[in-house]
Design a protein around this ligand. Structure first.
Ligand code: SAH
Ligand code: SF4
Ligand code: F3S
Length: 455
């Protein structure tokens, strides 16, 4: 691909603030790549920017509120610098569209999750004083064609670890979730494009790729399904580690569990979002599995790889959730013993089915349940981490510890964060370490060999 011209005289600065998930971060990189071709460079400082883009998330009300309070703050910057352009992209933009322009006079343009490749045309119109709201969905083929035409080369986040989006959108319509509304129906990218992007990442030094999709394991394109895609990626030379998020339990099968054993690059960690331990609530959530089948899925992995780590997402206080039903979630947490949980208070989202359900719980009830859940989980993780002391793990070095001298940080294949004391390693090294200490959120270790990194 042609390098964008470097013209210092006309160079402009853009600041992108991302509020959402990895998918949003990935989109921010794509936006930067698109804008790089318009001679924009990224700045970390809003005060320096000619263009500020808020890349928004609407998964919970709190995330959405943050966007509007940030827009309020930006009024001051715009009054100091009237030339500053402000754009709102991402999931709130997709859902709210033009109403953002009406609510916040300082916003110049709003663009949806399918429209980031139209930034140059939008900016052109904005520079002529127009206000723009562009949120229409594009046909599948157009989206597919757009994505691979931009590379990470000019973006911020390529590095030792990289994300690679393989599907966009979601067809599941879980009753609590806004994603199918903000991201549209599921589209799988062509396997050739994914492999080419992975190859490109590896060529600039990426060692670990995490595949992204809202329901990543339902991937299918050109007769290639998710497991086949994993097999093809695993064959790429110099790809040390492969991960994926988030698989849906209903699509987690024995063949995928086998891949964890047969594919050397596929890391022994599975994020399997449970959401609730009660079958009645799972039905209300439209998750299409029961606790019995969830336990079976966990067993598929643990029977093959007892040491594999498991993480999950849980929602407390779904409409109508009784004390007994919450206790079922607690029971699931105690029996599965997840290595990590992401837990959320249910948040009612406009346009979703659950928003219309009766019996919404109070904030206090939800907070109380979340606190109980987190306390129990902390005890479980402390025990699980202590059990790792003395074990040998492979760590991919990601950087230096921000406080401790002479200490590197990285992750095990099971995705545990580790601090490695007395290590003269460099970013990207793969190192065998012995775990020497355990805290609730991280492990400590000492190196037991020199770097296995050849490059
Ligand atoms: N596609 C992924 C994750 C989507 S969003 C999946 O299906 O697992 C990440 C997590 O946010 C979800 O797993 C869920 O636990 C949480 N979440 C989504 N909508 C929510 C809502 N309305 N209120 C609270 N948590 C929510
Ligand atoms: Fe949302 Fe469910 Fe789709 Fe995940 S699988 S993005 S929770 S609708
Ligand atoms: Fe948020 Fe959209 Fe991701 S709603 S979680 S940014 S898909």
């Amino acid at each position: 691909m042609k390098e964008p011209s470097q013209n210092e005289d006309t160079a402009k600065k853009v600041h992108i603030q991302t509020f959402g998930c990895q998918m949003n971060e990935y989109d921010a990189d794509k936006m930067l790549a698109v804008l790089r071709h318009e001679n924009y460079f990224h700045t970390n400082y809003q005060e320096d920017a000619d263009l500020i883009i808020l890349n928004t998330c609407s998964i919970r009300e709190k995330a959405e509120n943050r966007v509007f309070s940030e827009l309020g703050r930006l009024r001051k910057l715009k009054s100091v610098n009237p030339e500053l352009k402000i754009g709102v992209g991402g999931c709130v933009a997709q859902q709210e569209g033009e109403s953002i322009l009406l609510r916040e006079a300082n916003v110049d343009f709003v663009f949806g999750t399918d429209n980031l490749f139209e930034l140059p045309e939008m900016l052109n119109k904005v520079s002529q004083g127009q206000k723009i709201s562009q949120t229409e969905r594009h046909p599948r083929q157009k989206i597919r064609n757009f994505i691979p035409n931009y590379t990470f080369q000019q973006a911020r986040h390529f590095g030792i670890k990289a994300h690679l989006t393989i599907t966009k959108g979601c067809n599941n319509h879980c009753s609590f979730c806004v994603v199918p509304i903000t991201r549209g129906p599921e589209v799988s990218r062509e396997p050739e494009d994914i492999l080419a992007e992975a190859q490109q990442l590896i060529s600039v030094g990426t060692k670990e790729i995490c595949l992204l999709g809202q329901n990543v394991n339902s991937y299918k394109a050109n007769g290639v399904d998710f497991v086949e895609l994993l097999h093809r990626l695993d064959k790429l030379e110099n790809l040390e580690r492969l991960r994926f998020i988030s698989p849906h339990p209903k699509d987690f099968h024995a063949v995928l569990a086998d891949a964890f054993v047969t594919l050397p690059s596929l890391c022994e960690h599975l994020h399997l979002p449970l959401q609730s331990g009660s079958d009645r609530i799972l039905r209300g959530m439209r998750r299409w599995y029961t606790m019995e089948t969830f336990y079976e899925k966990v067993a598929l992995l643990r029977d093959r790889l007892p040491e594999a780590t498991l993480s999950t997402d849980l929602i407390v206080g779904f409409p109508g959730e009784t004390e007994e039903e919450f206790e079922m979630t607690m029971e699931a947490v105690r029996s599965v013993c997840f290595d990590l949980i992401y837990s959320f208070k249910y948040s009612s989202r406009p346009g979703t089915r659950a928003a219309e359900y009766p019996e919404h719980l109070s904030e206090n009830e939800k907070s109380e349940r979340l606190r109980t859940l987190l306390e129990t989980q902390e005890e479980i993780v402390q025990k699980k981490n202590e059990a790792l002391v003395g074990s040998i793990q492979e760590v991919l070095i990601e950087g230096k510890h921000h406080r401790k001298e002479n200490t590197a940080t990285g992750r095990t294949r099971g995705n545990h964060p580790v601090s490695i004391i007395n290590s003269a390693t460099k970013v990207g090294d793969l190192l065998a370490v012995r775990i020497t200490g355990a805290q609730p959120n991280s492990l400590e270790a000492e190196p037991i060999s020199t770097s296995t990194d050849s490059g």
